[in-house]
Design a protein around this ligand. Structure first.
Ligand code: FES
Length: 115
């Protein structure tokens, strides 16, 4: 018999790219660890607004990292360091105000004519 997985409710999912092309100094893994410590109640398993977190080897950007993306918002951040991550947690995840100056893309946004 097949066991169907069970998913606890959550509100957002945040991914951090740990690939060496966008993060040659290897800072992303530390951000991932910091995220676990800083999420507070947003990291609690029984919170329906819970923020799941994950790392990925590449998000298809490959420069300007560490790259962080927040779903389902589809908001993409570049050059995320500890200070910027803390702002993303407080301003975006807690207060629904994305950190505009570090956003380089939004889901559904047309690419700027840069060719
Ligand atoms: S290596 Fe980070 S986006 Fe590709």
């Amino acid at each position: 018999m097949t066991t169907i997985p069970v998913m606890a409710p959550y509100g957002r999912h945040i991914f951090i790219c740990t690939g060496s092309f966008c993060d040659p100094e290897g800072k992303a893994q530390q951000l991932y660890t910091r995220l676990a410590r800083k999420l507070g109640e947003l990291g609690h398993y029984d919170n329906p607004e819970r923020v799941k977190r994950g790392v990925t080897p590449c998000l298809g950007v490959c420069s300007g990292g560490p790259i962080v993306v927040v779903y389902p918002d589809g908001v993409w951040y570049h050059h995320v360091d500890e200070t910027v991550l803390d702002r993303i947690i407080e301003e975006h995840l807690h207060n629904d105000q994305p950190v505009e100056e570090y956003i380089f893309h939004r889901l559904g946004e047309k690419m700027i004519e840069a060719w």
